[in-house]
Design a protein around this ligand. Structure first.
Ligand code: UDP
Ligand code: MG
Length: 332
């Protein structure tokens, strides 16, 4: 609230709006220089705004932070550096940056230049037209074919089960107005799926298609287990379908078991020959057992999440915060 009033104050005084760039990074030493250089070109090409760049270092063990300090002047904007106390994951690092951002608009982008800063100009034009959320849609993707297939499958499956419409092939790369950013960070969820929350908030939203390039250097920092975790946060955070599958599976199993019992009783009464063979019995028992285990597992997934939420642990811990002035050598 306080920030939105300062925003309208600025508007009435006609001051340039502040745009925050939030960049999470985890061992991205190889791309830092190119990244800050491209951010610098963006800042130069958009002189109508004030800028701040927030790097959320997600527990990097390489010299990413030293590289940011070394090349800070190239960003042509003040830099704030948040260092998380360990690796908390991409979504947590993004949230840390989002919470620290002061801008009238906040833009999330990955460090590896798969989210080209050059697209941000068109985000800002849409923002000026009155859109609260502008997100980038990946028309094509370069990179590993099997990963790309998995992503495509995920987004399509997710669209079918999600309780709210969530745009297909849109990642976190995008702009949020101060209003939306404040609403998103006010959500007390412990399992964050930012692009879902961003859609959930509503208001005026628009997608801008682009061709997603391959990462500029280095290897992906999203391990398969981290990807699975993200997909689970999406499914369990925005859909009750898994629970409903469990119920349906249970009902189908009970129905089949009943049919089988009726058949067995009829066979015993009218044909005097009880169904023979243990195989079928074992088959039915193990089917029911399996269905029960699946259902318990699904319940467990929700209970685990409820438990995590009740613990109320923070999403991340900031170990250090530094401000790097764009045009001075002082490191405070
Ligand atoms: N990242 C992060 N913490 C992690 C994993 C990734 O901050 O645990 C950052 C990473 O440095 C990059 C962004 O999140 O800036 C996206 O990761 P990446 O490019 O490796 O994912 P991909 O594009 O392969 O899905
Ligand atoms: Mg990437």
């Amino acid at each position: 609230m306080e920030q939105s009033s300062s925003y309208s104050d600025r508007m009435t005084r006609g001051e340039p709006r502040l745009i925050s760039l939030v960049v999470p990074l985890f061992n991205e030493s190889a791309v830092v220089e190119r990244l800050v250089t491209r951010i610098g070109s963006l800042v130069e090409s958009e002189p109508g705004y004030r800028w701040e760049v927030l790097f959320a270092d997600d527990g990097s063990t390489d010299d990413s932070v030293a590289k940011i300090v070394e090349h800070r002047a190239k960003a042509r904007a003040p830099i704030r550096l948040l260092r998380l106390s360990r690796n908390f994951g991409h979504q947590a690092a993004l949230t840390a940056g989002l919470m620290a951002a002061k801008g009238d608009a906040v833009i999330l982008l990955d460090a590896d230049l798969q989210d080209p800063p050059e697209l941000i100009g068109s985000f800002l034009r849409k923002f000026e037209e009155g859109y609260d959320v502008v997100y980038a849609i990946r028309k094509t993707r370069e990179g590993d074919a099997s990963n790309n297939f998995a992503y495509k499958l995920f987004y399509r499956l997710f669209r079918r089960v999600a309780e709210i419409p969530i745009p297909v092939d849109a990642g976190d790369f995008g702009l949020m107005s101060r209003k939306v950013a404040s609403l998103v960070i006010a959500m007390p969820e412990s399992d964050i799926f930012l692009r879902g929350l961003r859609s959930w908030v509503g208001f005026k939203q628009i997608g801008i298609p682009y061709e997603r390039p391959a990462r500029a250097a280095g290897a992906t920092k999203y391990s398969f287990s981290k990807l699975l975790k993200l997909a689970a946060s999406a499914f369990f955070g925005f859909s009750f379908l898994p629970l409903r599958i469990a119920t349906s599976l249970g009902l189908i199993t009970v129905f089949l078991a009943l049919c089988y019992s009726v058949f067995a009783i009829c066979a015993a009464l009218f044909f005097q020959s009880a169904p023979r063979g243990w195989a079928s019995v074992i088959g039915v028992i193990s089917f029911i057992g399996g269905a029960q285990l699946v259902c318990i597992g699904i319940l467990g997934e929700y209970i685990g999440r409820i438990y995590k939420q009740t613990l109320g642990r923070p999403l991340f811990i900031i170990a250090e915060e530094r401000e790097l002035a764009a045009d001075s050598d002082s490191q405070t």
